[in-house]
Design a binder for this molecule. Sequence first.
Ligand code: DQA
Length: 170
Amino acid sequence: MTEPGVALGAAVDPAEVAPATAGQPGRPLVLLLSGPNLNLLGDRQPEVYGSATLEDHVAAATEAAASAGLAVEHVQSNHEGVLIDAVHGARGRCAAIVINPGAFTHYAWGLHDALAAFDGPVVEVHLSNPDAREPWRRTSVVSPVATGTIAGLGGHGYVLAIAAVARLLA
Ligand code: DQA
């Protein structure tokens, strides 16, 4: 089964998850989740989100993770249920989650509940600084279940998030 929107980077079908260390023995796995519209990065409002594509960010996170002895699995979806399934699939399998929930940040309580049931560090990343934008972006339903949040630092936020995860898992 191929879910629409789950197609970028090292994307996986959450229903067919591989063992945590498949192909990379001993490397804890970090699930990198990307929410709606992030598949359009590079094209979408570059004045807000920059010119790098999602593939660029995934590659930077994967490289940072490799240097820290971690592996990355990436899932992007425009559908909340696909992200929830990916979080469920990470339970007991992935050591940590790094998530840019996109606009789901601001209202996706189902995603909040799924993350609350994940037993490991969760780092929330935003390319822009939602607190400095429209008032409706100032609420995050993900922050209450995140270990920490990195916002407003562009693509460097992904590298910082991986560094944070490496420190939290050490
Ligand atoms: C975003 C911020 C959200 O408010 C927005 O809906 C996005 C991207 C960011 O990375 O800055 O899609 O998560």
